[in-house]
Write a protein that binds this ligand. Sequence first.
Ligand code: SF4
Ligand code: SF4
Length: 167
Amino acid sequence: MAIKKEVKLKFWDKIYLPAVIKGMGITISHFFKTLFTPPSKRYTIEYPDRRKEDIPEWYRGLHRLNTYPDGTLKCVACFCCATACPADAIYIEPEDLEDFDKEHPKEKAPKVFQIDLHRCIYCGFCEEACPKDAIVLTNHYEIVHTSREAGIIGIEELVKTKREGGE
Ligand code: SF4
Ligand code: SF4
């Protein structure tokens, strides 16, 4: 059973004016604080004229599908990532591998592996669920698309994702 508690507002609470003035005071104080803080010490930057260079490794940005040095996909099309994804953003079509690859033994590989970046919430669950270290979220943060279709990326793009300032 919900318990209703009656709150008696005072005159100044009812007219909201002191609360509005207090709120404006906080906003204005932050405005001047930011204005007189050197650009290098500010939390925000004038993107895209300036870019953040020191994006930490743990930042969850664009995904990458990892490959072995010879270019073979590490993915074994097990669907663990797609099952763990809370946004239903991963679509996989597996294919059976007939030629047994001694270098990288696996029975299946993804024929289609797509991520809908407009659905993705960059939670990193796919990376955590993967038993093969085949999918990672890199710190690449410039993800821009001009249509819904362009936001659905496949294997060709996913293997090329590079980390900011490195591999
Ligand atoms: S980061 Fe999260 S939402 Fe995005 S594809 Fe991976 S599991 Fe799904
Ligand atoms: S990326 Fe990992 S979890 Fe997803 S299907 Fe491939 S091997 Fe399985």
